[in-house]
Design a protein around this ligand. Sequence first.
Ligand code: FAD
Length: 217
Amino acid sequence: TTEDQWRPFNGSRVYMADLESTLHYSLRLELAAHPVIKGEALITLQRYISVLAKVPNAALPEGVRWVGCQGSKPHFRRYPCGMWTLFHVLTVQAEEAAGKDPQEVLQAMRSYVHSFFGCRACATHFENMAKDSMSHVGTLSTAMLWLWSRHNHVNNRLAGALSEDPHFPKIQWPSPELCPSCHGVKKSGEHTWNQEELLTFLRSHFSSEHLLSDYLE
Ligand code: FAD
């Protein structure tokens, strides 16, 4: 089937098809697996939808078409990759949409993961990270950096694990090839991140303008 066909893609870009596939999976499969949604979970769902409605200019397709989130085997990457991508896009595009409240977007993600994300071990890990520091985030640029650094923590923990697609090794992202100016070196020889450069990079990489709508591009 076409769904299993490998689509060549540019690994340094973000694809609309992955965001749309993520929305399809989240809204039509993951949420639909809950026959009843009420109380706290219903509030969570309302906040998630409200954040999505303010930001992604995406269509809701009838199925999935992974591109940048394709894996070398069907059990690799895909939806969890799409979810991270969507979350980064939400923090960056909330700022583009002149959003003011970093907690609105962060807490919407946090509670979605807590209430609905199918990988329950992931939800527990993410909740532990969120509990420690998420509520201290006061600006959208800090929110972008918070999510970026937590995602790198997860990459670090999962590097070399069985869940890692051997064709897409977990790295401390972005690589020096993808963003040379994001990387610095201290006098002691230790690696450092240049946060201003990182912010510039994240704002561009996940911006609405930069999303590729055609996977062949
Ligand atoms: P992913 O880590 O999914 O990243 C997707 C893409 O985002 C990458 O290809 C890259 O282009 C970009 N990217 C990578 N790092 C960053 C960064 N720091 N900032 C911005 N963009 C970046 N799996 C587990 O086994 N255990 C867990 O506890 C776990 N927790 C998770 C928690 C959450 C909230 C989510 C969404 C997923 C979690 N997963 C967990 C799944 C795991 O993190 C990966 O999503 C999955 O293994 C697929 O990896 P991937 O190679 O597609 O890259």
